[in-house]
Design a protein around this ligand. Sequence first.
Ligand SMILES: CC(C)(COP(=O)(O)OP(=O)(O)OC[C@H]1O[C@@H](n2cnc3c(N)ncnc32)[C@H](O)[C@@H]1OP(=O)(O)O)[C@@H](O)C(=O)NCCC(=O)NCCS
Length: 332
Amino acid sequence: MIGSANGVRIGITGLGVHVPDRVVTNDDLAQYVDTTDEWIQERTGIRERRMASEGEALTDIALPAARAALADADTDASEIDLLICATVTPDMMFPTSSALMADDLGAPAAAAYDLLAGCTGFMYALAQAYGMLASGLSRRALVVGGDVLSSILDWDDRSTLVLFGDGAGAVVVEPVEEGGFLGFELGADGGGGENLWLPGSGSRYFEDGDKLVKMNGREVFKFATRVMVSSAQKVLDECGLTVDDVDVYVPHQANKRIIDHAAGKLGIPEEKVVVNVDRYGNTSSGSIPLALADAAADGRLREGELVLMTGMGAGLTWGSALIEWNQGGVAA
Ligand SMILES: CC(C)(COP(=O)(O)OP(=O)(O)OC[C@H]1O[C@@H](n2cnc3c(N)ncnc32)[C@H](O)[C@@H]1OP(=O)(O)O)[C@@H](O)C(=O)NCCC(=O)NCCS
């Protein structure tokens, strides 16, 4: 799917994030599997990640992010009429985490559903919110992306355990007077799905009881380096822009080597690339909003700047969005 915004101005007016307090270092993980801090840093760029404590589930992490986004947009939850939560680790399959959060936040008028698109979930959810708003179905949406991947990791598998962390982010999406989303490109390749999968999570292999992530790291690496580049190029072409127009590049934080490869191939200089995989690891649907928040915190998300976001993940899926950042410009 690919498309440009055709002049309909819908943007992000509030941003909030939250991570669990518990910091887990590479040395901590070396107590469970045969690995070293040196190997993990060299192959992934990850130094530490946050992990949920006993009893801490997705909505415990996502609700503070949602509240922070609403406060940032100066919006009351009652004004939200659409809540999409992108996650592969909801509190439970149903009730959905989005419905639970709408209730907790006080958004009784909101349509609420969870969206499953692996680590690309936040990009898919942004595109859906954009479409709902552009069509006039929704007036103000809250898009949440977050995961508690520590709950589905195999603590005996060094090839996956070291990569992931927990975290969440949220944005308020609504009509804006200036800037806003310029275009999206989204895709999926189920043929490669078994390279990153959770076989025992649904109706097909439910009895097998295997509810832990399995991954073919090399294949996912090849896929990632390909689509991170092609998806970004496609959305830029669709919007009649080039990489030189991009002010801030927010790639999915899976692995520093994947980020470096994509930025290098695209020709985006290091100072425009947002990286926080060293502190959080791969937080799946939380990754892009957490990176946006870091860019905002260090003054890199300025009004009028062109931001390119690209995600990829289980499905296999990928997705890019271009947005002209204009957080203060809520339409009257
Ligand atoms: C997983 C990944 C870091 C592995 O890095 P790599 O350089 O490709 O390493 P390889 O898979 O070639 O493995 C090299 C060796 O390191 C070993 N290894 C794997 N994980 C290890 C770890 N945590 N510590 C030490 N050794 C490890 C492998 O067993 C292999 O050993 P072998 O040669 O004896 O078989 C890399 O493939 C990757 O990042 N893939 C993408 C994963 C991803 O982003 N998934 C989420 C997408 S949303």
